[in-house]
Design a protein. Structure first.
Length: 170
C-alpha cells in the first residue's frame, strides 16, 4: 500500500507470532487471478498487472523468491524458462504462494533488496544514496520511492517492493 501512496494501518502479524497457514486453498491461486480478472475488467489496472503467463507471474515474484532462497530462485527461473508461452501456470502460482509463506532469512532478504536497488541506484540523488544504506528497510523504502518517481516498470510490477518491507522493518 505504501508504494501506491496509501497509509495502511491494518494490523498484521510479523515475527512476533508464528503464522499458521491453512492446509488447503478455498480458491486456488490461479482461480484467484481469474476472479480478479473479472472484477477489474472495467477498472484501471493496479500497480502489479494480472499475469497473463507463467513468465509474467515469475517476473512479478522473482525477487520475493530470491529473498527466501537463492537456490529456489534459480530453480524457478530454469523451470519457467523451460515452459512454453501459454502453458498453464496454475501449478507455478500455487508453488509461489506456498514458498512466499516462508519468512525470508536476513541475509537472503538483504541480498534481494540490494538487487532491487541496482535497478534504481543510478537515478538516486546524493542524499538518497547516502541515506539508503543505513538499513535494509531504508534501502527498500528508498528503492520504492525512486522506482515510483522514475516509473521503473520492472520494479513497479514486482511484489517485492511492498511485500519485503514487512520483513525488512527495523
Amino acid at each position: 500500500m505504501q508504494v501506491r501512496g496509501y497509509t495502511d494501518r491494518t494490523p498484521i502479524l510479523t515475527r512476533a507470532r508464528k503464522l499458521r497457514w491453512p492446509a488447503i486453498f478455498v480458491t486456488p491461486p490461479s482461480g484467484q487471478y481469474d476472479l480478479l480478472g473479472t472484477k477489474y475488467i472495467s477498472r484501471d489496472a493496479g500497480r502489479i498487472p494480472l499475469p497473463r503467463s507463467a513468465q509474467e507471474l515469475w517476473a512479478h515474484h522473482k525477487y520475493s523468491v530470491m529473498a527466501r532462497d537463492v537456490s529456489l530462485y534459480r530453480e524457478f527461473g530454469r523451470r519457467i524458462a523451460r515452459m512454453r508461452r501459454g502453458a498453464d501456470s496454475a501449478r507455478v502460482a500455487e508453488d509461489l504462494v506456498l514458498l512466499l509463506r516462508m519468512d525470508p532469512p536476513r541475509g537472503a532478504l538483504a541480498n534481494a533488496i540490494e538487487h532491487l536497488w541496482g535497478y534504481v541506484s543510478k537515478s538516486a540523488t546524493f542524499d538518497e544514496r547516502r541515506a539508503a544504506h543505513t538499513s535494509p528497510a531504508t534501502l527498500l523504502r528508498t528503492t520504492s520511492r525512486i522506482a515510483v518517481r522514475t516509473r521503473q516498470p520492472y520494479l513497479l510490477a514486482s511484489t517485492a517492493l511492498s511485500e519485503l518491507l514487512v520483513f525488512a522493518a527495523e
